[in-house]
Design a protein around this ligand. Structure first.
Ligand code: FES
Length: 170
């Protein structure tokens, strides 16, 4: 489970990410084709996508910054604000809703001590909700960073949070 990185807002892309994006552009007939993977590279390294870095991506891909911002607004899995090391996305769509969303949400908010949309003071967790994450058979479910956790119960949720706090593998 790869955690995000919090800290100062970076104003420039690191050399490593810049090189990765340049390499990605080679795979597409037009540089702009690399937009989504390029943004993922930024988010993977920084944890979120500050405007300054989005503008730099636009410059590399030779597209207007507005095009990058449109994509960032459309894909909710891109973070435009700083987030915690672990981002929790709880699915609020119909299957999950019917199978215990409210109870799981209340449990998460109690356990984390924050409300939806907030980040814990220690910078460890950000709690968000989302539309269907495509794993309805495991409802209720949530995503922590890039991994799914399904058939949630309050006990399972508490256990997961405790493990993250203790630095134990999930
Ligand atoms: S409704 Fe929650 S994963 Fe589909």
């Amino acid at each position: 489970l790869e955690g995000n990185v919090t800290g100062d807002v970076p104003l420039r892309l690191s050399e490593k990410v810049r090189e990765k994006i340049l390499a990605l552009t080679e795979r597409y007939p037009r540089k702009s084709g690399a937009l989504l993977p390029a943004l993922w590279e930024v988010q993977k390294e920084v944890g979120w996508i500050p405007d300054s870095l989005a503008e730099e991506v636009a410059e590399i891909l030779e597209i207007p910054p507005s095009q990058v911002f449109e994509v960032l607004s459309f894909y909710v899995l891109f973070h435009r604000k700083q987030v915690g090391k672990y981002t929790i996305w709880l699915c609020r769509n119909i299957s999950c809703y019917l199978r215990g969303y409210e109870e799981i949400k209340a449990c998460l908010e109690k356990e984390l001590g924050i409300r939806e949309g907030e980040t814990t003071e220690d910078g460890l967790f950000t709690f968000l909700t989302n539309e269907c994450l495509g794993a309805c058979e495991g409802a209720p479910m949530m995503q922590i960073n890039d991994r799914y956790y399904m058939n949630l119960t309050p006990e399972k949720v508490r256990d997961l949070i405790q493990k993250v706090r203790k630095g134990e593998p999930l």
